[in-house]
Design a protein around this ligand. Sequence first.
Ligand SMILES: CCCCCCCCCCCCCCCCCCCC(=O)SCCNC(=O)CCNC(=O)[C@H](O)C(C)(C)COP(=O)(O)OP(=O)(O)OC[C@H]1O[C@@H](n2cnc3c(N)ncnc32)[C@H](O)[C@@H]1OP(=O)(O)O
Ligand SMILES: NC(=O)C1=CN([C@@H]2O[C@H](COP(=O)(O)OP(=O)(O)OC[C@H]3O[C@@H](n4cnc5c(N)ncnc54)[C@H](OP(=O)(O)O)[C@@H]3O)[C@@H](O)[C@H]2O)C=CC1
Length: 491
Amino acid sequence: MASITEYYAGKSVLITGATGFMGKVLVEKLLWSCPDVKALYILVRPKAGQTMEQRVSHMMKCKLFDRVREANPDFHKKIIPISSELTQPGLSISPEDVEKLSACINIVFHCAATIRFDEPLKHALQLNVIATQELLSLAQRMHHLEAFIHISTAYANCNRKHIDEVIYPPPVEPKKLIESLEWMDDGIVQDITPRLIGDRPNTYTYTKALAEYVVQQEQDKLNIGIIRPSIVGASWQEPFPGWIDNFNGPSGVFIAAGKGILQKNKRIWRKTPKTTLVYNCTSGGINPFHWGEIEHHVISSFKRNPLEQAFRRPNANITSNYLINQYWILVSHKFPALIYDLFLRLCGQKPQMMRIFNRLHKAIGLLEYFSSQDWEWNSDNISMLMSQLTPEDRTMFNFDVRQLNWPEYIENYCIGTKKYVLNEDMSDIPAARQHLRKLRNIRYTFNTLLVVFIWRVFIARSQMARNIWYFVVNLCFKFLSYFRASSTLTN
Ligand SMILES: CCCCCCCCCCCCCCCCCCCC(=O)SCCNC(=O)CCNC(=O)[C@H](O)C(C)(C)COP(=O)(O)OP(=O)(O)OC[C@H]1O[C@@H](n2cnc3c(N)ncnc32)[C@H](O)[C@@H]1OP(=O)(O)O
Ligand SMILES: NC(=O)C1=CN([C@@H]2O[C@H](COP(=O)(O)OP(=O)(O)OC[C@H]3O[C@@H](n4cnc5c(N)ncnc54)[C@H](OP(=O)(O)O)[C@@H]3O)[C@@H](O)[C@H]2O)C=CC1
């Protein structure tokens, strides 16, 4: 049997979403571990004032590609950008490019998607479902296609508690939904979205479920693999530990905790985990790690490697109690934010803390569905795949999460958010630690003054408080006298 590296030798691969988080990692891994791959065709659109070429050249300068660049400075020659806007008919690929792709592509990886939880349904449907259909049509024109790999999510079927490696019936027939939404204006679609998505939390998981069904419909014509990762954080080992470039999933929450703008958090649990080619890529069933443990390691990691200019000391206590949570939001988030914004206003600067907290609460609200429930994923196909690999491939393409040391992973993850998401320098850590010590002293001083103030107010108003106070002071005095007398006798 050919090894994976041998299999890719001389092959041409088409990748959508190559400029995204997962796509970039895939491009890097293919270039590194399959150096004889013939070409990687990537569908890219112009964006944010940058042409397709500028975007690709910028992407290839990313630190992620350091080892590939070092091994082969000409690696960019294997990357062939194809202009494509996935929301347009025919993916807006030129007829010449369609010809080219039809003639040479052997494997397709479909990573592109909108992963926003608050995406309007029409747009999520357009990108996650209709564009997938278009890509499948294109794939059918490819004369040498061997596999179509669709990247889904382990949460596509999050309305179920036990998720097998099968395609479940879709919540609605995609074709009918597409036809109905076509004539509706955005306002109507927004109004009926909650009814449509039903027991799913957002348009993302809903449209990803529809996309799986759409892909499965082509299984008689194409060799299809559906990959369902759960939550993808920073890189584990390759190309180096801790690489991450976004705030998605839990990363934004980690950063918020590290910056001290997440003092208390809602309760989080975690207990994660056959048509033949669906792969649930989850870790909970094999190497579980609970949100409570994650919290502990994230906080202690950020105390060792603090982020710059933290608002408060890293913290995030998990609570399931709604009232306690609301209390901490008020006391630990809103009140300090208000004071800080007032301070900024007095200094003639624009207030910003309240805005950051509101954004954070919105993000946490959207994540809460996932962080407060348990799912059980069957991952037999993943285990089977692992057992079929040669020992060399198992090392080169290591996805055995049993070997993952969670505390070490979380440490690298946190350092990765500091270095690659926030672009902070590791040499600033001593200054950041000094800043945390200053924050701790401010907190102690503030708390002491607060206690003294409250007590003084209380004493001034209540005879009973005064009596208790005199009783306690008297008791302390007596205890001290007794202690002094007994120590004089002993001497
Ligand atoms: C230390 C305590 C830890 C204890 C553990 C606690 C963990 C709790 C968290 C649990 C997380 C559970 C996560 C489960 C997720 C499962 C999902 C399924 C898996 C997937 O398929 S992955 C894809 C998931 N998709 C996402 O994660 C995207 C979610 N994001 C959004 O939908 C939007 O970004 C959001 C949150 C609605 C915000 O939208 P908007 O207000 O329009 O802002 P922008 O997106 O334009 O961003 C503006 C600006 O803010 C930055 N940003 C984005 N998100 C965050 C964030 N969470 N925290 C901080 N900052 C964030 C963004 O980069 C932009 O910055 P610019 O500089 O570009 O302006
Ligand atoms: N990250 C995670 O934790 C998980 C991700 N997944 C899945 O993995 C896949 C990739 O996710 P991830 O890399 O995190 O997402 P990103 O948001 O980082 O990347 C999305 C990619 O899709 C492209 N794209 C979006 N809209 C268009 C468009 N209209 N035309 C052309 N390209 C477009 C983006 O291009 P551009 O740069 O031009 O915007 C980008 O390359 C998705 O299918 C997602 O569902 C599944 C589980 C977990």
